[in-house]
Design a protein around this ligand. Structure first.
Ligand SMILES: [Zn+2]
Length: 167
């Protein structure tokens, strides 16, 4: 736990240990497996372990709900042309907060938690994750700058650790 004076003290302390045994200085910036992974920010997902990856293997992109936003497209253009990414996995997951209610539900939950009125923000919630995956994969594939990528949509089961291809 952090100490009262510095809310990040625990992480800085952990980092000192990490840096003492640091072994990744020789990694190349290119994704060694030519892979990009877009998944949710959910802390129950360990993207590298989930896919048998090591640091350096893949570019990992995360946001709420693993949705293909403009920023994801921007990042994939860089990943594709400058960082060796040739294939992209879009990985949604079971029990995702972004798939368990409407936009209005999320706005209301934030208000109920003491937050502000967020109705000017779109959280990209979905009622049908498989449909959303198909839409998002299509969005990447049809993006004029990204026609060179192979893209798949997957659903990760938080209860079993299994990944299933949707599209
Ligand atoms: Zn999620």
């Amino acid at each position: 736990m952090p100490d009262a004076a510095d809310p990040f003290s625990d992480e800085l302390s952990a980092n000192r240990g990490y840096a003492a045994g640091f072994e990744l200085a020789e990694l190349e910036p290119h994704a060694a497996k030519g892979l990009g992974v877009l998944t949710c920010m959910d802390s129950r997902i360990d993207p590298l372990a989930m896919l048998g990856l090591a640091p350096g293997d893949a570019k990992i992109l995360r946001n709420a709900g693993a949705r293909v936003t403009d920023d994801v497209l921007r990042t994939l253009v860089l990943a594709s042309y400058l960082l060796g990414v040739e294939r992209v996995m879009v990985v949604a997951h079971t029990n995702c907060r972004m798939a368990t209610g409407s936009e209005d539900d999320v706005h209301a939950a934030i208000r109920a938690a003491g937050g502000p009125d967020t109705r000017s923000i779109s959280f990209l919630t979905t009622r049908d994750q498989e449909d959303a995956l198909r839409e998002d994969v299509q969005r990447v594939c049809s993006w004029p700058y990204l026609g060179n990528l192979t893209v798949g949509g997957f659903l990760y089961d938080l209860g079993t650790g299994r990944l299933r291809r949707v599209c």
